[in-house]
Design a protein around this ligand. Structure first.
Ligand SMILES: [Fe+2]
Length: 245
């Protein structure tokens, strides 16, 4: 590392490690795939460097306004229940994460993905691709219009069904703020049976993956709404001195 880089790195605060038990373990045997893919040796902790804490940066021209309305990506209307999903991207200190890329992918209303390896016996919808993206505004807000996804079976164990969910990918303002997660719907009876949902040890962290019904953002005659705020890891900031006059 040269002197200039060392100086720049010294001027930029690093990020906290995630809170204990707020993240699922790499190995969670009830979720069968983790047995094969979890690391078998201890992890090596790498120091944060300039590239992890200052990038990536996205240009506005790459993301079109229509990318965030999954019901308007084809000539016809997709089948299913239209919903609005919106919220804020925040860091652990409740600061908005602005200009971050939020990506969404999901099954259609019948619980089928438009993907080569999805062989679930449910219909594809010619008017629904199931992918969207948007950049957060200066207050960290994002908003999607989409279709409520259906539950679908998977081969984890006998009679295994995934609760209805949206997949989210978040690129914060540093690569160490990257998060891939799933949003669930309130009151879903399948949550208690789902090894992916239950692999998160901390109950409060688990509940953060469930959206809330959002009356304020419903669109009369058009769509119900759900709110989903997402918390990314925060800067390890020095506590503010409130006693100073
Ligand atoms: Fe899924």
């Amino acid at each position: 590392m040269n002197t200039v880089t060392e100086k720049m790195l010294g001027a930029i605060t690093g990020y906290r490690r995630p809170y204990f038990e707020s993240q699922p373990p790499y190995l969670y045997p009830p979720y069968r795939s983790t047995v094969k893919r979890s690391p078998s040796r201890p992890l090596i902790l790498l120091p944060h460097t300039l590239s992890e804490i200052t990038g990536p940066v996205f240009g506005y021209d790459e993301v079109k306004p229509t990318d965030s309305d999954l019901t308007r990506q084809h000539d016809g209307d997709p089948l299913g229940e239209r919903i609005v999903v919106s919220g804020r991207l925040l860091d652990e200190n409740s600061r908005p994460v602005a200009h971050a890329l939020v990506e969404l992918w999901q099954a259609n209303a019948a619980g089928r993905y438009r993907h080569a390896v999805d062989d679930h016996d449910a219909p594809l919808d010619p008017n629904f691709t199931g992918c969207g993206r948007v950049l957060t505004d200066s207050e960290g807000r994002y908003r999607f219009v989409t279709i409520k996804p259906g539950a679908y079976p998977w081969r984890n164990h006998y009679n295994a069904w995934r609760p209805a969910h949206l997949h989210f990918s978040l690129f914060g303002i540093g690569l160490v703020q990257r998060l891939v997660t799933q949003m669930y719907f309130p009151g879903d009876p399948l949550l208690g049976y789902d090894p992916m949902y239950n692999s998160v040890p901390d109950e409060k962290a688990r509940l953060r993956m469930i959206s809330t019904f959002d009356w304020e953002n419903t669109i009369p005659d058009i769509a119900l709404a759900f709110r989903y705020d997402i918390v990314l890891r925060g800067r390890d900031a020095t506590p503010m001195d409130s006693t100073r006059s």
